[in-house]
Design a protein around this ligand. Structure first.
Ligand code: FE
Ligand code: FE
Ligand code: MG
Length: 161
């Protein structure tokens, strides 16, 4: 397809990276979603609300990635077991349900995501502007996610003093 021919990158290599990001998004989705259910401690309602909102946004990222993968005639990861093989950022098991621990784990995940999408943006910006546009949109969200969690953590620390 012409839409694929105009890409000045190895499309198979790009598809591999998009699938790796897709694995990250699913794991981030679940980490946020389950975290929002189990959160305990001060400000738990505010924290749970933010975590649940982010879960929904990670799912949207998965949607954006999968649509681009299919548009490029790639095959999205079909087996959840492959998420752990392909992930860049891994999965932080929320063993400790305290809001502080959940926030710290998710901040770590967001910092990793920012790195992943920043690299993808560098790779695609002059070679595949359509993917670059999608990646930029996701990167904006991840930056906002990190900032949102960071301010909740700061509020929590202030409340403790
Ligand atoms: Fe995301
Ligand atoms: Fe995020
Ligand atoms: Mg938010």
């Amino acid at each position: 397809m012409k839409g694929k021919e105009i890409i000045k990158l190895d499309v198979n290599e790009l598809l591999k990276l998009l699938n790796k990001a897709l694995a990250d998004e699913w794991l981030a989705y679940y980490q946020y979603w389950v975290g929002s259910k189990i959160a305990v401690g001060p400000m738990r309602d505010a924290v749970a609300r933010e975590l649940a909102e982010h879960a929904g946004e990670e799912l949207q990222h998965a949607e954006m990635l999968v649509n681009r993968i299919i548009q490029l005639e790639g095959k999205p990861l079909l087996d959840p077991r492959s998420w752990f093989e392909e992930t860049n950022c891994g999965y932080e098991v929320p063993e400790d349900p305290s809001v502080e621990s959940l926030l710290k784990q998710n901040i770590k995940g967001e910092r990793c995501a920012i790195d992943v999408y920043n690299k993808l943006l560098e790779l695609t910006k002059d070679k595949d502007p359509i993917t670059a546009k999608i990646v930029l949109e996701i990167l904006e969200d991840e930056i906002e996610h990190e900032a949102d969690l960071q301010s909740l953590l700061e509020d929590l620390e202030k409340a403790r003093r």
